[in-house]
Design a protein around this ligand. Sequence first.
Ligand SMILES: Cc1ncc(COP(=O)(O)O)c(C=O)c1O
Length: 391
Amino acid sequence: MPSSLLALLDASAQRPLAPVPLERPVAVDAVPTPALLVDRPAMERNLARMVEHLARTGTGLRPHAKMHKAPVVARRQLELGAIGICCAKVSEAEVMRAAGIERILITSPVASADKMARVAALAARSEDVRIVVDDAGAVRGLADAAEHAGTRLKVLVDLDPRMGRTGIALGQPALELVRVIADLPALEFSGLQQYAGHIMHLPDAAERRRRARDIAAAGLETRDLIIADGHPVEVFTGGGTGTFDMDCEEPGITDIQAGSYVFMDEEYGAIAQGNRSRFEFFEPALFVLVTAISRPRAGTITVDGGYKSFASDTVAPVACDLPGLRYHFAGDEHGVLQFLEGAPEVALGDRIRMVTPHCDPTINLHDWMLPVEADGMVHELWPISARGCSW
Ligand SMILES: Cc1ncc(COP(=O)(O)O)c(C=O)c1O
């Protein structure tokens, strides 16, 4: 066992990276709960729907792997034509690289020498690793790190669509940063990122479309300013599941970074999309299977999944197969299902599939996904190899 801090952290890249086949397939009714289930046929339909939709406009797909953190899913996305994947963090990218994935965009800036050295080292041993930047000091630091690693690092300028999370202001500040990059031989300016996370879950589809269009127009105006200054902009990347069908209609956006579309969740399911009151273009393909374990009070039943099984930052999990049951968090290991009018009977020992509230942080609570095939059996386990890699 390694004992230095970095060696211990690096050991995360030694987790299983590929699916682990089971000696004997297990029926979904027999897996221990709480279990993170993937409805494999539904996942495949979601993957295909995104590919088909983007093919209509010729927009690329650079799916965000922060959502699933599983190389097995990333590999499937690449097989289906994704131009690369996105990672939110350096450690996540390192896990994906360890799994043999070489086309990675790191979508969050770094500002410390240790991370810069890791990004440069990763780029030096990969076909195409890029990172976003939003600060001149960090740009110079990355140039030094790239020079030290003997590589030329591709960087994208991260534009802040007035979300206030990361990114540089549109217009002149962004152009000034591109000029700094252009003067550094160890860096290559390869384009722009603009991710508008603050509008992804706007419940009203028309309002979301309006905002997406305005944000794209402002970002593309900055792109034109940069091009006019003599800097080609190869990539203009952004967008997520909430605006995928809007952003792909903007001719200047080269690729979409959607993540959640693969599995979906209740947070997305609850917003309007197209002319429907719920977002149904992609279907829920990720569930936490829980078991009813106690009935201390009439009108409710307690299940074995709480804060440690479900993300609790947004809405509540939903018992999708049993309408009339409302989930309430009841602690780390427990949830209480309340029987509303017309709810079906649930007995102790019954197993209930719950749509996850927010897929990304829910997945990060689990070690494995259990893909359920069309035959209702789990044939292999999918390691969530980059689980906990948030550094
Ligand atoms: C930079 C960036 N791009 C893309 C995404 C993917 O968004 P979604 O999961 O909504 O598709 C995220 C998610 O938070 C993100 O932070």
